[in-house]
Write a protein that binds this ligand. Sequence first.
Ligand code: NAI
Length: 356
Amino acid sequence: IFKEMEKHDFEQIIFNYDKTTGLKAIIAIHDTTLGPALGGCRMWPYESENEALIDAMRLAKGMTYKCAISDNNFGGGKTVIIGDPKKDKSEALFRALGRFVQTLGGRYYTGTDVGTTGMDFVYASRESDYIVGLPEEYGGSGNSALPTAYGVYNGMKAAAKVVFGTESLKDLKVTIQGVGKVGQILADYLAEEGAKIIIADIIEENVEKVKRKHSQVGVVETEKIYDVECDIFAPCALGGILNDDTIPRLKCKIIAGAANNQLLEPRHGDILHEKGILYAPDYVINAGGLIQVADELEYKDDEKRHERVMMKAAAIYDILLKIFTISKEQNIPPHKVADRLAEERIEVIGKLKTNY
Ligand code: NAI
């Protein structure tokens, strides 16, 4: 493990076991140069401890880059709980987790992720001061789908500006894979702007919800979404969907969506670049949710929160425009430019912090 920590610049990995509840959780803290580590807690029935560890490390490192690129004052961390979210949850389990998070004294803040809910962290917050993103009724900033969708919408505009010379999405054909919490709101923004929308989702009810609001929206079977000729493809469901099987089928000019870890491997970002498809790096364009959570920690007043968060989510436009411009000028794929800019920010801010 130490070798891997050294290779990927990890600061700390903590294995937590609670004998009362049987909680098994790994907290990975990647980098705290910019500020305390921030990152959600995933609960998953991992096959092995090693699988859980790898996931925690991968996700924590991702959070470092996401915080850095989106102008947040936080570092990267993540928790994974080994367990089945359908069977193994209890108040005590999350209070046990809260107690472990508390021992870190503010080096790390956590909240919901895949497999965990706001209520789980209401329990954790009974034991810890370092819990974020609670439901609004409990004083948190609540659902982050709105700023996430707004960030994606603005990111699409930056991509359209580069590819079509105008940031307007009117009459552009946009396909959305997955119309869940984020995809539905994204469809609202796009419909309002007059884009032609085509959606796919495995849950019929979610498709119907969008159709009821916007009758002009087209629908395709989930497997067909990759084959639709369009201007923008917006993955808003699963990770790993940009891979050797799907990329040859794509007939879009831009990929800009909310899903995490869209590239199965980094090399798939290179392939998209070679094919002339403009890819908006996922952790840049989907940072709206993180921006909201970070705001909750940084500014205590919630009166102006919504305004501030939406303003920062809109600024994803500028960040992406910068990435796309460098990518074009230097012929480097956007996902690599994003990594470089994030690393540069961490380096510069880290250096200036050692000045006194
Ligand atoms: P969600 O679970 O509400 O929606 C996902 C939708 O995708 C569901 O409607 C689901 O049925 C659909 N789906 C699943 N498999 C599919 C397939 N094979 N084909 C088509 N549709 C499929 O999740 P949410 O919150 O909307 O998030 C969407 C994506 O964005 C996820 O990857 C999430 O990790 C990412 N994300 C979400 C953020 C947020 O604030 N909610 C923040 C940053 C990233």
